[in-house]
Design a protein around this ligand. Structure first.
Ligand code: ZN
Length: 327
């Protein structure tokens, strides 16, 4: 026992020597180029320093929106392990891209490139292996919408509501609550007409009056359009300032009013990247999502808004185009 304690000062001393030595291996330097702050290690070793400056030169010349580069490196035996972290920001979501190098004294190998995303609104990393789905609720808001929101809040999940202008008029506080809970709000037109039967002016009016009303209540214009009945033609596609979001799992909740049936339908058909159609105006739908959400969470599904779903799947949404799922 005594012998071991006797060794302790030597261990501490060697540790200090080790730290001092490893600090000598590279100096942290930083340059600002094209408004990007770039941190890089400087090794005072021609081969390594040339390699790094070439890597950074290429990087600076790329046409991208990075905000900064940081790095992490450590040495083990005769190898340096060096990872550059590149950060991008898009729609308030920080995307991170790593380049990892193993540098031996005589060779440099890029080992892997790993991309992962970080959602800094919710403060969590997004794993690309995660399964994502978007629940969408049409035709509200009405008195049942608050119950839908209660369930979503209980499980801490997000969803998208395609609202009718005519219903928003009478339920502005519910729309505000959706927005407070970070739900996405999309446009489902004003009067729920079969738009394909109408002329351009009427179609514009149905869409724009709803967008303006949503803006009046929450201070943001909707970014998504779901035409009533999901019906569209070239005229509607041309008029829409937003992508047109349909669905690929239809629960037919409006038809059955049967929470068991809705639950079974979703659990049987759901796949990663699905957009699920429901209606927030029926109590059977409230009860169904109270069953569905915890079961799918256990199966590894993450419930996100429609915009997030497409973002996480790297699919860009373009105005006037039709989308039914994100795969
Ligand atoms: Zn509808």
């Amino acid at each position: 026992m005594k012998k071991r304690y006797f060794m302790l000062p030597f261990l501490v001393l060697s540790l200090i020597v080790l730290i001092v030595n490893s600090n000598k291996e590279a100096t942290n330097r930083s340059i600002i180029s094209l408004n990007r702050e770039i941190n890089y290690p400087f090794f005072n070793n021609k081969k390594l320093d040339n390699f790094i400056s070439e890597y950074l030169d290429n990087y600076i010349n790329e046409d991208n929106n990075d905000i900064l580069i940081d790095y992490d490196y450590y040495k083990e035996k005769d190898k340096y392990y060096l990872t550059f972290y590149k950060y991008f920001v898009n729609d308030n979501i920080l995307k991170e891209n790593n380049d990892f190098f193993i540098i031996k004294s005589d060779s440099i190998n890029k080992s892997f490139s790993n991309v992962f995303k970080y959602d800094f609104i919710n403060n969590k990393a997004i794993d690309d292996n995660d399964k994502f789905i978007a629940l969408t609720f049409d035709d509200g808001p009405n008195y049942n919408t608050n119950k839908i929101l209660d369930v979503l809040e209980k499980y801490n999940v997000k969803a998208t509501f395609f609202v009718l202008g005519s219903k928003v008029e009478k339920n502005k506080s519910i729309l505000k609550r959706m927005d407070d809970l970070s739900m996405e709000i999309g446009n489902h037109t004003y009067n729920h007409l079969l738009l394909t039967k109408y002329k351009e002016d009427k179609i514009k009016d149905e869409i724009n009056s709803t967008s303006n009303l949503i803006f009046d209540v929450i201070g943001k214009y909707p970014k998504l359009l779901r035409p009533s009945y999901g019906s569209f033609n070239n005229k509607i596609k041309k008029i829409s300032n937003n992508p047109i979001i349909l669905w690929d799992v239809d629960t037919l909740d409006w038809k059955y009013h049967n929470s068991k049936k809705i639950t079974d339908k979703v659990l049987k058909n759901v796949r990663d990247g699905d957009v699920i159609l429901m209606h927030d105006i029926y109590i059977s739908t409230v009860n169904a999502i109270d069953n569905i959400i915890p079961i799918l969470q256990k199966r590894g599904y993450k419930f996100v808004t429609v915009s997030e779903l497409f973002y996480y799947k790297d699919i860009s949404l373009e105005k006037g185009k039709i989308y039914g799922f994100a795969r």
